[in-house]
Design a protein around this ligand. Structure first.
Ligand code: TYM
Length: 332
């Protein structure tokens, strides 16, 4: 059976980008067709300046939202990365296979390190090695597929390179995975700046729809989305990033494609209104279920306890095998 691994980082409140690009597919498709693991990758949240209490709160909230989105812990393994030691164990071995040049070429490292420095801060070493930990997340579970948004595909390519290199040097150990981004909404853009990604760590909130935003807030944000020059409503991300982003969001909500919506609207107002309605309706059941789950924290704890136990059982044999293959003496 196909094995799927994907993760979400608790660095901010989950956004519509996370939902349309990743989580919704995990819940609606992936968990039914594959042996799936979905992780709250909290170790990754420590790579930038962080507040410990906030990371804890966001980790619980992200886990709750995965369940609220319909991920069924009886079908899929839902767990917190730091509860399973194998991620950090394997990450070190992969650091001995990866090169610093490879790390410095990662787009996200370049973007985030520039940002950190511009804020007057220093760059944590773990930000540079981040993609190696991500590779460990995936390779520890022998995952075949990694359903992620477009921004993560370079990291999955690196994961493939590391798996192949390790296998060639030390013998067949890892499955070589592949990224499976969605056809529509692989990169949802910020509503106020449609040339940059809608990201949960961005500070300004006006261009970001959060999964837990109230319906009237969602409507306001979408109605105020920036639009492009000219009044034509066509799908053309290069020259019309604003309107194309709205078409992409609407198409994704309707499980259609944005090209097909080109020409279907005569005014921005009507497109925005339909997009806002579609997003509000899509998120309504998730928000409702989230409310119910928050009232029962014991349930979440039990799900995460069982998830970590299952994940540990899956990762340990592969990671132990990698330790032996690379030349480390087995413990006596
Ligand atoms: P993260 O937490 O930034 O995002 C979680 C998932 O949401 C997708 N996503 C988007 N998709 C479309 N449009 C957007 N605007 C948008 N923003 C986010 C991301 O592509 C991702 O699929 N490094 C990863 C977490 C991670 C991981 C892993 C993922 C750590 N280890 C192993 C897969 C496998 C990240 O920061 O995702």
């Amino acid at each position: 059976m196909t094995r799927i691994f994907s993760g979400i980082k608790p660095t901010g409140h989950l956004t519509l980008g996370n939902y349309l690009g990743a989580v919704r597919r995990w819940a609606e498709v992936d968990q039914f067709r594959a042996d799936s693991l979905f992780s709250i990758v909290d170790l990754h949240a420590l790579t930038v300046d962080h507040d410990p209490g906030r990371v804890r709160r966001l980790s619980r909230q992200a886990a709750t939202l995965l369940l609220a989105s319909g991920i069924d812990p009886e079908r899929a393994t839902v767990f917190v990365q730091s509860h399973v030691d194998e991620h950090a164990r394997l990450s070190y071995l992969l650091e001995c296979v990866a090169t610093d040049g490879e790390m410095r070429r990662m787009i996200q490292y370049k973007e985030k390190s520039v940002l950190e420095r511009a804020r007057g801060g220093s760059v944590r070493l773990s930000l540079l090695t981040y993609p190696v930990l991500m590779a460990a997340d995936i390779l520890a579970y022998d995952a075949d597929e990694v359903p992620v948004g477009e921004d993560q595909t370079q990291h999955v390519e690196l994961t493939r390179d590391l798996a192949v290199r390790f296998n060639q040097r030390y013998g067949q150990t890892f499955v070589v995975p592949r990224a499976t981004p969605p056809k529509v909404a692989a990169r949802v853009m910020d509503l106020q700046d449609p040339t940059s990604k809608m990201g949960k760590s961005h500070e300004a909130g006006a261009g970001i729809v959060y999964l837990l935003d109230e319906p009237d807030v969602i409507r306001k944000k979408i109605m105020r989305a920036v639009t492009d020059s000219g009044s034509e409503i066509v799908f053309d991300p290069e020259s019309k990033p604003g309107v194309s982003n709205l078409l992409e969001i609407l198409a994704s909500c309707q499980v259609g494609n944005p090209e097909a919506l080109s020409g279907a609207y005569e005014s921005y107002g009507a497109l925005k209104k339909d997009t806002a309605d579609a997003v509000v309706e899509l998120l309504r059941p998730v928000q409702q279920r989230h409310k119910e789950l928050v009232a029962d924290p014991g349930y979440l704890e039990e799900v995460l306890r069982r998830g970590a136990e299952r994940a540990r059982g899956m990762a340990k044999p592969t990671v132990d095998g990698a330790y032996r293959a690379i030349g480390l003496l087995p413990p006596v």
